[in-house]
Design a protein around this ligand. Structure first.
Ligand SMILES: NC(=O)c1ccc[n+]([C@@H]2O[C@H](COP(=O)([O-])OP(=O)(O)OC[C@H]3O[C@@H](n4cnc5c(N)ncnc54)[C@H](OP(=O)(O)O)[C@@H]3O)[C@@H](O)[C@H]2O)c1
Length: 245
């Protein structure tokens, strides 16, 4: 039985992907802070899902992560889907700090722990570290500066880990998933977002990218075009563009 651990599985994309993998017969380890939500998800497929309360910003996160790997007896794939972000034109200190604690410190803590796990399992089977980053990491979005920068950090960290794995001959693959806007609890339900996608549309595309071990996947094809165009925009022009969040 293949095994996947999903950090940030109590709502949104992580929840949906966890239930899809469990339904497909995978053993799934789910983690987040809200244990009541995780229990509800676990009860849908109790034979396939194990749950653990993990706060990625806490010092004990790595120990709890390793305990969860042991509980499901291994990890073929880590999916880091935990994340937070805010519409934050006023750059509120608490919002900036929470975003960086979760998306930078928590992300680095868990993905580094996964890398070390794969390094120590002597390359019996290839490991796989996947993370949901964002198209926000391509350029800085003014009203979500900390979030944008945290997503760029994640993308760079994955690139660096891939190079390290090559140097250290650790058999691990990496998938960087970069979605555009998706209607999940992360977004303000009152706000309108351009080219917003449903979870029903985005989740299967993300799952295919993971299963095909794509290195980078922009979700979806329309966002891939937008993202490609963004890359061509020089900063002196970019600063005049007003993006909604
Ligand atoms: N929705 C979008 O438009 C969009 C676009 C691009 C990228 N993304 C990325 O997709 C990922 C999933 O987000 P989503 O849209 O599915 O939003 P979501 O429904 O808010 O899910 C976020 C998940 O992260 C978990 N989480 C937050 N802080 C945590 C912490 N300190 N420790 C452990 N888990 C934590 C939450 O669980 P608890 O609160 O229970 O801990 C929840 O399960 C995020 O990385 C997000 O940046 C989303």
């Amino acid at each position: 039985m293949k095994k996947i651990i999903i950090i940030g599985a109590s709502s949104g994309l992580g929840e949906r992907i966890a239930t899809d993998f469990a339904r497909a017969g995978w053993r799934v380890g789910i983690a987040a802070r809200r244990m009541d939500k995780l229990e509800t998800i676990r009860n849908l497929y109790p034979a396939n899902i194990a749950a653990a309360e993990i706060d990625v910003t806490a010092q004990d996160a790595v120990k709890k992560f390793y305990d969860l790997i042991e509980l499901i007896d291994g990890m073929d794939i880590l999916l880091y889907a935990a994340g937070t972000g805010f519409y934050d034109p006023d750059m509120e200190d608490e919002r900036v700090t929470t975003t960086l604690d979760t998306n930078v410190t928590g992300f680095a803590r868990i993905t580094a722990a996964a890398y070390k796990y794969y390094k120590s399992t002597a390359n019996r089977t290839p490991g796989h570290i996947a993370a949901i980053t964002s198209i926000a990491g391509t350029k800085g979005i003014g009203v979500a500066a900390a979030y944008s920068a945290s997503k760029k950090f994640q993308q760079t960290f994955i690139n660096a880990l891939e190079q390290l794995a090559y140097q250290q001959q650790v058999n691990v693959r990496f998938t960087d998933i970069r979605p555009g806007f998706i209607r999940t609890p992360l977004l303000d339900p009152e706000k309108e977002y351009p080219m917003i996608m449903s979870v029903d549309h985005a989740a299967p595309l993300i799952e295919t990218a993971i299963l095909k071990r794509k290195r980078v996947a922009v979700i979806d094809s329309r966002w891939a075009i937008v993202n490609g165009l963004w890359r061509l925009v020089p900063q002196r022009v970019w600063r005049h563009i007003s993006l909604k969040w």
